[in-house]
Design a protein around this ligand. Structure first.
Ligand code: SF4
Ligand code: SF4
Length: 343
């Protein structure tokens, strides 16, 4: 019996990406720069189809680059003349985004379209198409399932692909996804056996996420420990304040703005910033987070307490990067799981 889903052989996926490249700027997981990131597809290499998990640099970098020119300016006798950088009209198609990172983009969407509509982020995000690929293995640091996220399913993408052996099952999640597969060539109808294989593949992926975060009464436990300086000092002791955890976190969005001026012309840039840095909250009168434990506490509370208060969603997807890529393996699950019940 046919299902409403489609399928494609892994062998033919390159052809599909080539076809999509006629319409979109296609980005795929790549290690060409030496670090796994979402990079423009070269039209040939499909080795990323064998990757099982998320990239080091999260796909947020496609919408909120590490450094971005906001505008450039010239100064003359009449004052400043501002010119916006040319907008890339080419719509992005991100192929191979994982469910945790797609959820992270949905969280960033809330930030950047709240009371201030950020034109730089939203212009790139507006027309982007997300093609998710479910994970088939998990890192030891992954804990997405504790936060209600499946490693192999997502409603935050347009199309979702599931590894069913030599083929991918393709599910259309949004209207844009439906339209895209209706005009894509080379897709076959999925049948009942494919659906059964996809179900088994998703269940197996779920079981592979073994790290657990105890989310029971997490808000109450966090509130009870807000002023528990001894606990946060102990927890923060080994942190180096390097900022890697925030730069690579798919939901962290803080940025700094700087002007570069040479003679009569210059440009304004924004670049990732981090609440891990001692100067981050420096103000003319005081710096409220000089001590490291306050900065570490801020990062945890922002994700698990302050952000849910504003947007009703936890600003952590359990992607595990902040554990895996931290030079001293500082562990957010340990910090939360060991919160004292009573202070
Ligand atoms: S990556 Fe690790 S050491 Fe660096 S700021 Fe984050 S917790 Fe601290
Ligand atoms: S806090 Fe850590 S686990 Fe959570 S989304 Fe950010 S990097 Fe991933």
């Amino acid at each position: 019996m046919a299902s409403s889903n489609k399928k494609i052989s892994k062998r033919d996926t390159g052809k599909l990406l080539n076809e999509w490249s006629q319409e979109f700027a296609v980005f795929v997981p790549s290690r060409e720069t030496g670090v796994a990131t979402m990079a423009k597809w070269d039209g040939k290499d499909t080795s990323f189809l064998d990757w099982h998990r998320n990239t080091v640099i999260p796909p947020k970098a496609n919408f909120l680059p590490a450094m971005e020119e906001m505008f450039n300016f010239q100064r003359d006798k009449e004052g400043y003349h501002i010119e916006l950088p040319p907008q890339d009209k080419h719509k992005q198609l991100i192929f191979g985004i994982r469910p945790c990172d797609a959820k992270a983009l949905a969280i960033l969407d809330m930030t950047f379209s709240d009371s201030y509509q950020d034109p730089y982020y939203l212009s790139k995000r507006k027309n982007a198409v997300l093609v998710g690929v479910g994970c088939t293995k998990a890192y030891d640091s992954c804990f997405c399932t504790s936060l209600g996220i499946s490693p192999a399913e997502s409603t935050d993408v347009d199309l979702m692909l599931t590894d069913i052996g030599d083929e991918f099952l393709i599910e259309a999640i949004t209207e844009a996804g439906k339209k895209l597969i209706s005009r894509s060539r080379g897709l076959a109808e999925a049948n009942e056996a494919d659906e059964t294989r996809a179900k088994a593949s998703k269940e197996a992926a779920y079981q592979k996420v073994t790290r657990q975060l105890d989310t029971d009464n997490i808000k109450q436990r966090l509130l009870a420990n807000l002023e528990n300086k001894d606990y946060w000092e102990k927890i923060a002791a080994k942190c180096l304040s390097c900022g890697v955890c925030t730069f690579l976190c798919p939901t962290c969005y803080c940025f700094d703005i700087n002007d570069e001026l040479v003679k009569q012309q210059g440009a304004r840039f924004r670049s990732w910033d981090s609440c891990a840095f001692p100067v981050y909250t420096e103000m003319p009168m005081e710096n409220p987070r000089v001590e490291k434990w306050r900065r570490v506490r801020q990062r945890v509370y922002h994700k698990y307490e302050f952000y849910p208060m504003s947007f009703d969603v936890t600003a952590c997807t359990g992607c595990g990067r902040c554990i895996r890529l931290c030079p001293v393996n500082w562990d957010i699950t340990q910090a939360l799981n060991n919160l004292p019940a009573k202070v």
